[in-house]
Design a binder for this molecule. Structure first.
Ligand code: DGP
Length: 125
């Protein structure tokens, strides 16, 4: 069920629980600003999620409220994860679903990194 992006941050959403170590994940990378792990339901040969450690519902929330050091740290982490996993060399797709029209399901900002092979058209036809 897509989220209502106008709601306040839910401290018990699934990615908040992963950040607290209450639910396991297949971790790819971690630093003070970000955590990256494999998507539980991969949509590409390689499908990694990168999330900020701060409590932000979406890209919209993050870009409006996050301080500059958190934004820089998160953006650097996304690029680092892509390079370290061989995605930058052959190309990859970076996507963040925001709210209902995009079908965002987890109400904690996450960037999808897709790669590992040709990805097809950007949007379903
Ligand atoms: P979105 O539709 O953009 O909100 O994508 C949510 C993604 O999160 C979806 O691709 C599946 C993934 N996901 C949901 N629950 C879990 C979980 O518990 N663990 C992991 N690793 N991924 C999850």
């Amino acid at each position: 069920m897509p989220i209502d992006a106008t709601k306040p941050y839910d401290q018990n959403n699934i990615f908040a629980r992963i950040l607290r170590g209450e639910i396991p994940c297949r971790k790819v990378y971690e630093d003070p600003h970000a955590l990256a792990f494999h998507d539980v339901n991969p949509q590409a040969p390689l499908h990694i999620l990168v999330i900020p450690k701060g409590a932000y519902v979406s890209w919209d929330d993050f870009s409006e409220r996050a301080p500059a050091d958190e934004i820089a740290g998160f953006v650097r982490a996304v690029g680092h994860v892509a390079r370290e996993n061989g995605l930058a060399v052959r190309g990859y797709r970076l996507l963040a679903n925001v709210g209902r029209n995009a079908g965002q399901e987890v109400p904690h900002l996450h960037v999808h990194l897709f790669g590992g092979g040709p990805l097809g058209p950007m949007l379903a036809r």
